[in-house]
Design a protein around this ligand. Structure first.
Ligand SMILES: [Zn+2]
Length: 342
């Protein structure tokens, strides 16, 4: 952000009080046509922080696209204090092919940040995005979904030992935060390392718009805006209960020990007790069924959606809850309480 309050990027400038929809070239196709990502920059009338909202770094993870578009184009931002950099589709080639990775040698754009101008195609694209639109920000949120064939309850992934990302994660107000520094090349990890605290929001499954989750994420964005003063008239939300999953918590991906067709007995977000039958793995004749039991009491953060497995494939991501939180969730999911089962 410059002294006159303008947001600048290579090739353009968005003055205070101005909004621009641009298509920004990050690469070229085999035909020499530009590969351009949609970017909306909303520079508020009033001074404040600069935040990025990004989605579809994995091209088939669609829920976040709608979150970013609704903030940019449906919210009343006339009183915004600060600047929003909204990029609903980062991985345009993957989005067009409806697949997770860049179709070029199956590179993972979300392992290619901060990128490099003289390196691979993926790193060149990453560098164009990172240098122009991520580095000028004060913080940001990157939206993802579960990998194809699985689903997860909305949760935040953040480095909770970093004050900036912990503040952001808490402000989002999700029930579940998974504490992790992330991997090399991930947008949130590299942005944070470069001085722009960033978190990932995981929500639902690939190839879908899931309205309930999109609304939940929009409430999280609004809460973050309240925390950082982008909005005056909203409050930081408290989700009712919260658990930060770190190395202290028992957590595991429960994997199938047999190939087969899976009858899943719970949905994402369900609390299961030790010994509960999570799912049954069946064969085509429905005999010799194999029951998979919960090894400990915990929350089903991620669940298989496509009901077929080889031995070793993940069935569900189960995380242990601390006693106090477990009681709250138990009450909430009891027949009289508000059910979390979606
Ligand atoms: Zn992803």
């Amino acid at each position: 952000m410059r002294d006159d309050g303008a947001f600048t990027y290579n090739g353009g400038k968005v003055a205070r009080g101005e909004t621009q929809n641009i298509r920004y070239g990050i690469s070229e196709t085999y035909l020499g046509d530009p590969v351009r990502i949609p970017v909306t920059i909303i520079n508020g009338e009033r001074d404040g922080p600069t935040a990025f909202l990004t989605a579809a770094a994995h091209g088939d993870e669609l829920n976040g696209i709608e979150v970013v578009r609704e903030v940019a184009h449906e919210w009343d931002l006339s009183n915004l204090a600060g600047t929003l950099v909204c990029m609903p589709v980062l991985n345009v080639p993957g989005f067009l092919a409806q697949q997770r990775y860049l179709p070029i040698y199956d590179r993972d754009l979300n392992r290619s940040f901060p990128g490099r101008e003289d390196s691979t195609s993926a790193k060149r694209m990453a560098a164009r995005i990172f240098d122009n639109f991520i580095l000028p920000c004060d913080f940001g949120i990157d939206f993802h979904t579960s990998t194809r064939g699985r689903t997860n309850m909305l949760h935040v992934r953040a480095d909770m030992e970093h004050a900036g990302t912990a503040r952001l994660a808490n402000a989002f107000g999700s029930h579940v935060i998974i504490a992790s520094g992330g991997g090399d090349g991930m947008l949130r990890t590299e942005a944070t390392a470069a001085g722009v605290p960033a978190i990932t929001v995981e929500m639902g499954e690939a190839h879908r718009f899931q309205r309930g989750l999109i609304d939940e994420a929009l409430a999280g964005v609004e809460s973050v805006f309240a925390e950082y003063g982008l909005y005056d008239d909203t409050a930081v939300r408290w989700p009712g209960w919260r658990t930060v999953i770190d190395d202290e918590n028992e957590k595991t991906w429960i994997r199938a020990d047999a190939g087969g067709i899976v009858d899943m007995h719970y949905d994402r977000g369900a609390l299961v007790h030790e010994g509960d039958r999570i799912c049954t793995i069946t064969n085509p004749f429905k005999d010799d069924n194999i029951t998979v039991e919960a090894p400990f009491t915990g929350l089903m953060v991620g669940v298989l959606e496509n009901p077929v497995v080889y031995p070793g494939n993940p069935l569900c991501h189960l995380v242990e809850l601390e006693e106090r939180v477990r009681r709250v969730v138990e009450r909430e999911q009891s027949p009289d309480g508000d059910s979390l089962r979606a």
